[in-house]
Ligand binder design. Structure first.
Ligand code: 13P
Length: 248
């Protein structure tokens, strides 16, 4: 399976930054098409940058949302529906990111409802899971991750429309990553629990996220059950984003 190199741009940059970044990423991939042999690329800009950024993308890079509403279209001020993401040519949507769980108190049930909406529109749900530092110190990381994952996955989840992103909260934006042994153990565990829920769970991509950089990507990608990365800070520079893909 190819690695999925996914950039979560979060709430950064203005429109010209976003368009320039997309142009630079496409340019590098056009100059180095061998990158596509081992990688699929996805970028997730802020909502109002989706359409102008999409206009810059070639077939080689797909686009996704950073979240979607758990509701259909209608009177939900501030929300964006899965149908709107689809209409903006999105292939995927990130759901249940720890920043949404932390700042907007999103529950697993809420995320599950969002994933159902996404799946209904034919979008791939990238469901994020991960423990806090306190939970890891207490040895609870597997319990936390399995509960988040199984409770967030809707009945409509399939191997084709689901990606899991393991992002330890304490590794996001901190420069810290778990040991390779800990990443291996968690990704193996996620794979085994997924197989209790989904047929052909070995085909589901499990991404690692949290302080992925060109310098640490090779050792992370060498882990058997790591099938790509969800990248925050380093996805905001085309050279770093592509540098991570080169480690595949
Ligand atoms: P960083 O790569 O900045 O640590 O962010 C990871 C992340 O939250 C991606 O969703």
């Amino acid at each position: 399976m190819k690695n999925l190199i996914a950039g979560n741009w979060k709430m950064n940059g203005n429109l010209s930054d976003a368009v320039n970044l997309a142009q630079n990423i496409v340019q590098i991939i056009q100059n180095e098409p061998q990158l596509l042999e081992k990688n699929d690329f996805l970028i997730c800009p802020p909502y109002h940058h989706l359409v102008p950024v999409q206009a810059e993308l070639s077939m080689a890079v797909s686009i996704g949302g950073q979240d979607c509403s758990p509701f259909d279209n209608g009177a939900y001020t501030g929300d964006i529906s899965a149908e709107m993401l689809k209409d903006a040519n999105c292939s995927s949507v990130i759901l249940g990111h720890s920043e949404r769980r932390q700042y907007y108190l999103e529950s697993n049930m809420f995320i599950r409802q969002k994933a159902m909406m996404a799946n209904e529109q034919g979008l791939t749900s990238i469901i994020c899971v991960g423990e806090t530092e306190e939970q890891r110190e207490a040895g609870e990381e597997q319990d936390v991750v399995v509960a988040q994952m199984l409770e967030s996955l809707p009945e409509t989840a399939t191997t084709e429309n689901t990606v899991i992103a393991y992002e330890p909260v304490w590794a996001i934006g901190t420069g810290k990553i778990p040991t390779i042994e800990d990443i291996t153990a968690m990704h193996d565990f996620i794979r085994s629990k997924l197989s209790e829920k989904l047929e052909n769970a070995n085909k589901v991509r499990i991404l690692y996220g949290g302080s992925v950089k060109p310098a640490n990507a090779a050792e992370i990608f060498a882990v058997e059950n790591v099938n790509g990365a969800l990248i925050g800070g380093a996805s905001l520079k085309a050279e770093d984003f592509i540098g991570i893909a080169k480690a595949s």
